[in-house]
Design a protein around this ligand. Structure first.
Ligand code: ZN
Length: 321
């Protein structure tokens, strides 16, 4: 065994530096940096179903004082740093999925929409390009299932020029969500966006109820709090089950670790917290893989209980499906 001391290493490095790189005068040009990421999609199986997580991108923004409404920013920063993330900054990822059930091609949530691509300088609104990269034709999609009506989930229903992005698909929406957001007496904020997006579809939607199959193999469960009609979806095929949680929590490093923390986006924070504890208790007990719309790509893992909190054990990239 050769023992290398620091002294030997430094002496070696110095000696190497003196050796000319090429003796005939030629030098290799520096390779240009690629400067951009690869198309983002990731596949896994659930029984005989094939799931493709198709990223819509991610947004990074300064951490607002009230990003978590019931704790101090210092505590949020401490949690970010405990997860080796930068403080005073938040990155939120957007991860819609496509499910090939064997008989139907189903998109679940649609991202920020291609209209957001230019405006965000390509940070978000990537889903349609990533679908194409994954070999999925929007015209072949049979159904689009929506979890709730925030813009990052519905805006991709339409193209940048306000045409249906999935022209041959039935658009399935939670009945409670439809009722809440189409209240004719409201017109501000997200109410206006809902009107704009579904208006472009001629309001042609099919409303669905929780605790029923929306598409064969895909069952909706009511997970209210984030929004009044928020639904998650359970995929099951054979013995395999995966839960698509949508927005039960935002980033797991903050909100699985601290399920009592209330993200500013939760409309009824107390209800959202009760929903999340109940949901994760079940996921942990039944060891169900959870896919989270806002989890870091590919946005799936197992939830473990940790006292009154939880932690996510992300799935490992698998070269085969
Ligand atoms: Zn969301």
């Amino acid at each position: 065994m050769i023992e290398l001391t620091r002294r030997h290493l430094f002496a070696g490095a110095a000696a190497t530096a003196l050796v000319p790189l090429a003796t005939d005068g030629r030098a290799f040009a520096a390779a240009p940096a690629a400067g951009k990421q690869a198309p983002g999609f990731y596949r896994f199986k659930v029984g005989s179903m094939e799931v493709t997580v198709v990223t819509d991108g991610a947004r990074t923004f300064p951490l607002a004082d009230n990003f978590v409404t019931n704790v101090k920013k210092d505590d949020v920063n401490a949690a970010l740093q405990a997860a080796y993330m930068e403080k005073d900054k938040m990155t939120i990822a957007f991860n819609p999925v496509v499910v090939n059930t064997g008989s139907k091609l189903v998109v679940i949530d649609t991202g920020n929409g291609p209209g957001a691509f230019e405006q965000s300088k390509g940070a978000v609104g990537q889903m349609h390009a990533n679908l194409a990269a994954a070999g999925i034709d929007r015209n072949s999609v049979d159904a689009v299932v929506i979890s709730h009506f925030h813009g990052d989930h519905i805006n991709g229903l339409i193209t940048a020029d306000n045409k249906p992005a999935y022209p041959n698909a039935e658009v399935l929406v939670p009945a409670a969500e439809w009722k809440f957001w189409t209240d004719p007496s409201k017109s501000e904020g997200n109410f206006a966006n809902v009107k704009r997006v579904f208006g472009a579809l001629g309001n042609k939607v099919t409303q669905y109820e929780a605790d029923k199959e929306v598409v064969s193999g895909i069952t909706a469960i009511a997970t209210p709090g984030h929004t009044p009609g928020h639904c998650s979806h359970i995929l099951s095929s054979g013995n395999a089950t995966v839960a698509l949680q949508a927005d039960i929590t935002n980033h797991p490093a903050l909100f699985l670790r601290n399920p009592g923390w209330h993200v500013t986006f939760d409309m009824d924070a107390a209800m959202a917290e009760a929903t999340r504890r109940k949901f994760y208790d079940r996921m942990a007990a039944e060891k169900i893989t959870v896919q989270g719309f806002h989890f870091p790509f590919p946005a799936a893992g197992h939830v473990e209980k940790d006292g009154n909190n939880y932690r996510l054990v992300p799935i490992a990239w698998n070269p085969s499906i």
